[in-house]
Design a protein around this ligand. Sequence first.
Ligand SMILES: [Zn+2]
Length: 459
Amino acid sequence: MKTSITYFRIAIGITVFFHSITVDLVAQESGGWKAGVAKTVITPSEPIWMAGFGSRNKPSEGVRLDIYVRAVALQDVVNKPSVLVTLDLAGIEREMADAMAERCRKEFGLTRDRLVLNISHTHSGPVAGLVPMPLYDLEPAQRETVRRYTNDLIDKTVRTVGQAIQGLAPAKLEFGQGLAGIAVNRRRDRLRSLPGPVDQDVPVLAIRGQDGSLLSVVVGYAAHATALSDYLISGDWPGFAVAEIEKRHPGTTALFVQGCGADANPLPRRDEKLARNYGEILAYAVEEVLRGRMATLEGPLRTAFELVDVPFHEVPTREDLQRRLNDKNVFIRRHAKRLLAELDRDGKLPVSYPYPVQIWQFGRGLKFIALGGEVVVDYSLRLKNEFGFDHTWVAGYSNDILAYIPSLRVLKEGGYEGGGAMIYFGRPGPFGAAVEEIIVEKVHDLVERTSASVQGKAK
Ligand SMILES: [Zn+2]
């Protein structure tokens, strides 16, 4: 009996051995990659407060376009899978991202560096999150709706990540870039003399099955998803863009990755026709890239994720905050109330914020840099200039939408993105002048650590 079990085990061992050789040979023929995609509708099932604009005064009244969580899992021949998740939401705060990441770690062994959570920043999505934002003053019943929605959203996101990993199959990865003129630097709206840079690159990652069929398209662009501002749920213009790409390529799952579009708006706006048009423009740009010559991406995929402390310029005192309780601006009053509660609870206010920086390096081919917060365009233009415009993709709005992230230029210019917006995020004050250098330095550290030249040391 013992012997037969041993033979049986050897037989299984040999089968598994040959099976894995076959799978690996197939994987290597296609560049070593496996990929899997999944998507799940996250449209709220009941009226809910909508995120992005503080001026809304009632919950949603219907649905214009379903919203989604989408995931693409990628695996090279060496490492465990990595998963890019995109969500049609205005924001994702640290607590919710941590909850999603922790469950993905427990259930799929997915480490934090191998999970990117990017949001489209749609201003036609629901308020979601475990911690209330001072931008929204919700009644208890509305808070309860948001709590229900958030728990369901976390479940659906984790499940979608699992489905993408389960669907891993041999694939080929290609990268190329186009251009699209959707973004306008919105700070010029207030001051025409401002320089007004924009990033109009359209980075495209095409994931093909072994037969060459298009399994998934990941497309990036840097502009606010604010073409619409009414009471109908949708993914705004990026939602129309991915719907259009999927219509042109039946069976393909398209993902939109928001870039450093903190100071960019699609202009003009506030009309469904415009939102559709911007979506179609991006879909056309993707077609041009797919028709052109794309670079094949090799593995391995080296990853890194770190938090770096970014100091605030100044933190208000209790007296400052008590004075602000009488301010005529409701948002300033709400912000002061929140910080006083924080002060009572913790005995102090934070002097810095642990800012998330994440890097995915695809062999020697593509650097994908995912930054937290609402990042202004200077970061993407600077990082592409430093690492190479042809193979650097800079995403903002990833992992924690903690605040606006101004460059030194924008910080000095002041205005909304330069610090005025901090109160809507509940932060104690504007970032200090070192914000840009601290973040860029951390990006360089992680790029260095994940570069091919230090392959042996990389995880
Ligand atoms: Zn924004």
